[in-house]
Every structure is written in C-alpha cells, then in structure tokens.
Design a protein around this ligand. Structure first.
Ligand code: HEM
Length: 405
C-alpha cells in the first residue's frame, strides 16, 4: 500500500513539473518571432529576467549572423545575443578612443576608463590614435633623423680635423697668465660635463642600443644593460640639472650678444682662414652654443625629464603629457648631444690651449690675444682683473712647461 501511495505521489509531481515547464511556451504571445536555426519553438528563457543573471539563449544564437544586414552596426549587447563571446563592437569602440566606465576615482586614475587614446593628426603623418602616433614620431622621426644628425656632425668634424688640424698657434708658457676660469667655474663645468656625458651615453644606449648592441651582446645582456643604464640616467639627471643651473648663472653675463659678435659671425670668426676675429670673453660661436645648445634645450630637457620621472606635481599622470614630454626630451637631448660633440671637439683636439684653460683655469696672454682679443684688452686696461679668484696656487707659481699643447 505504502509503495502504491509513494508511486502515485511521484507520478503527480512529475506531471506538475512537466506542465509547469511547458507553460511559458504555451503562453507565448501570438506573432512573436524567434529566429534561430531550430525553428519557431519558443525558448523558455527568452523573457528578460530583470534583476537576475541570465544565461545565453541558445535559440538566439546565429553563427552565420555576419551575413545579415545591420550586422556591423550592432551594439555589443546585440552581438552577444547572436554570437556569444564576440565582443568586436566593444573593441571597435575602444580602438576609436571611447571612454568607458571605471569605478576608480578620477583624481587617482584620470584615464582609467579609456584604454586607447583618441585620434590625433601630426604633421606629415596619417591620422591615428595618440599612442600609435607617438610611437611613429619616435621610431620614424626622432631616432633616424637624430642618428643621422649625430653621424653628420662626427663626419664633418673628422673631415674638418683632417683638412685644418687643430686651430690656433702655440704660445710660450713663459708669457703672462690670465685667469680664464675660477676653480668654482671649473668645478661647475666639469660636474655638468661629467653628468652630461653619462646621460648622453645611457640615453643613446636606451634609444639606439637595440640596433648596435643587441646584435653584438645578445638579448639578455643588452636588456640588463639598458635597464641598469636607465637607473644611472635617472640618478644622473639631478646632478646635471643643478650644475646646469649653476653654469647658466655664472656664464650668462659673458654670453650676452654684442656688436663684435655680429662682425665675428659674418666671417665665421675667421675659423676658416688663419686669423681669428676679435671677441670678448666668449666668441659668437660659444655664445650660440651657450644659448641654443645648452641653456634653452637644457631647460626643456631637464623639465621634460622631471615630467617623465613624475617629479612635477600635476604633470605626468596623463599619457598625452608623457608623450609630449618624451618627444621634447628625446629630440632636444639629441640636438644637445650633436652640438656638445662639436663643443668637445673644439675644447680638446680642435683648438690649441682650450682644454688647458678649462683644466688649469689659466691661459697665456698670447692665447688670450689670439682668441679673445677684446677680453685681453679689457684685462690690460684693468676693466677685468687678471686674477679673479683666491686660487691658492695661481698661475705664476706653476712650474713652466715649454709650450701649450
Ligand atoms: C665633456 C666634455 C667637455 C669638454 C672637454 C669641454 C671643454 C670646454 C672648454 C675647454 C671650455 C673653455 C672654452 C673657452 O675657454 O672659451 C668650455 C667652456 C664651456 N663649456 Fe664645456 N666641455 C665639455 C662639456 C660641456 C657640457 C656637457 C656643457 C653643457 C651642457 C658645457 C658647457 C660649457 C659652457 C657653458 C662653457 C663656457 C663657454 C660659454 O659660456 O660659451 N661643456 N668647455
């Protein structure tokens, strides 16, 4: 009896469940369309389940929906119905620079909702998203033209040296000496020069290492080297910034253009002939380097470097700011390297006696007359002291060497 009762209950329950499941299909309103490969049978879950997680309705799925009109204009929601897992409409919007929702606070993550930046149009380039445009500026403009500039400078100086040799005459060491650079000026100059050379080498390895080091050293060593040099670059930056500020302040007074500089420039200072044109403490070439090769690009390179290191509050959080900072930093740094290569040439093998001036601080009267006649005249007239610092070991006491190198 018990067994009969339980069989009856089970059969009734099964009937109720079957009826219950069939109900929505029967309740389908007349005229509603169900598209799908399996015909017009109404699916049980096609009604929106508000407030609940909804599964994919298998009857909506259309693997060949791409052939239908309006397929390209579907929203991501529409696409997900017919082709679950196909998020192309969303990614198309992302690629077009659309900003979506992010729960992160804008103050902390201003671009969190925007995966790919909007489109920009740089001169001579096709319109593309800002990230790609920046990549192209770096790889197609800054690096190749920067490398070409450096190559041209080195080649020109090499040809100039072969053609002319070192400029200037030799002067007897016995002559009277003028103090050209005080110990403080030399310390500032050499600190700046040291920092610049380290920054230039590390920067060049970061920019061009993959072209000239990777084939020789291999992936691991080049990678580690670039990684280490990036830290060296970051830590050398502050020394360069501080020493740059000092040399700008201490040399600016003598780098203001005068009438003599225009005369000097019209004949290229006489560099191509045998006689140099008279100049004050620095000639027009040196003044040009001071303003266009050191001060102006130096300030921008230091400023953009601080942005890249996120050391300036409020700058460097946005990708656009980083891209602009990088483009300015890299192009002006390469410009500086090109000009400073010329400066190093003139300060060493290109001009007799120049290096000694910066090494010892003193030049002979003959050297001063030959290269900076107006400055030497001012010293002889007492307008500028021949000895400006309290150097403990001024020039006259130095053991005499036969001739300046
Ligand atoms: C590393 C190699 C360098 C060498 C061998 C070198 C050599 C020299 C020499 C010999 C002078 C004296 C020129 C004269 O008596 O008229 C000088 C001046 C000067 N150097 Fe350098 N230098 C070097 C790097 C640098 C760097 C990296 C900078 C700046 C970024 C720089 C900025 C200056 C300035 C501002 C002057 C004073 C001349 C002027 O104001 O026009 N030097 N250097």
């Amino acid at each position: 009896m018990n067994q009969f009762l339980s069989t009856l209950v089970f059969a009734a329950a099964a009937l109720l469940v079957a009826l219950g499941l069939a109900q929505p299909a029967n309740a389908q309103p007349a005229g509603s369309q169900q598209s799908g490969p399996v015909g017009a049978v109404a699916p049980a879950l096609s009604e929106p389940a508000t407030g609940a997680v909804r599964g994919q309705n298998i009857f909506d799925v259309q693997p060949d929906a791409s052939t239908e009109a309006g397929y390209r204009d579907q929203t991501n929601g529409e696409r997900a119905k017919v082709q679950p897992g196909n998020n192309a409409p969303m990614w198309r919007q992302v690629a077009a620079g659309a900003t979506g929702y992010s729960s992160l606070p804008v103050s902390e993550a201003p671009e969190a909702g925007n995966l790919i930046q909007g489109f920009v149009k740089y001169p001579f380039m096709r319109e593309t998203n800002a990230g790609e445009a920046w990549r192209q500026v770096r790889n197609r403009w800054i690096l190749p033209y920067g490398a070409a500039l450096l190559g041209i400078v080195v080649l020109t100086l090499a040809l100039f040296f072969v053609a002319k040799g070192p400029l200037g005459r030799k002067h007897p060491e016995s002559e009277r000496k003028f103090e050209r650079f005080t110990p403080f000026e030399r310390a500032a100059h050499w600190s700046n020069a040291f920092a610049f050379v380290v920054l230039a080498i590390s920067g060049l390895v970061m920019a061009f290492g993959k072209f000239f080091l990777l084939p020789v050293l291999g992936l691991s060593i080049t990678g580690w080297l670039a990684y280490a040099l990036k830290y060296v670059h970051n830590f050398m930056g502050p020394l360069f910034a501080v020493s740059l500020a000092i040399i700008i302040v201490i040399f600016v007074k003598d780098n203001i253009a005068t009438l003599a500089d225009f005369r000097w420039l019209t004949r290229l200072g006489g560099l191509l002939g045998d006689e140099q044109l008279p100049s004050h403490r620095f000639n027009a070439g040196e003044k040009g380097l001071f303003w266009w090769g050191v001060t102006l690009p130096g300030v921008v390179v230091v400023g953009s470097g601080l942005v890249l290191d996120k050391l300036i509050p409020g700058l460097g959080e946005l990708r656009g700011q980083m891209q602009l900072a990088h483009m300015l930093h890299a192009s002006l740094a390469l410009w500086m390297v090109a000009l400073i290569i010329g400066h190093i040439y003139m300060g060493t093998i290109g001009m007799r006696g120049a290096y000694r001036a910066m090494k010892t601080g003193y030049v002979t009267e003959g050297w001063a007359d030959e290269h900076h006649k107006l400055w030497a005249d001012d010293i002889r007239a007492g307008r500028i002291p021949a000895q400006r610092s309290n150097d403990l070991n001024p020039a006259p006491e130095r053991p005499a060497a036969p001739l300046q190198a």
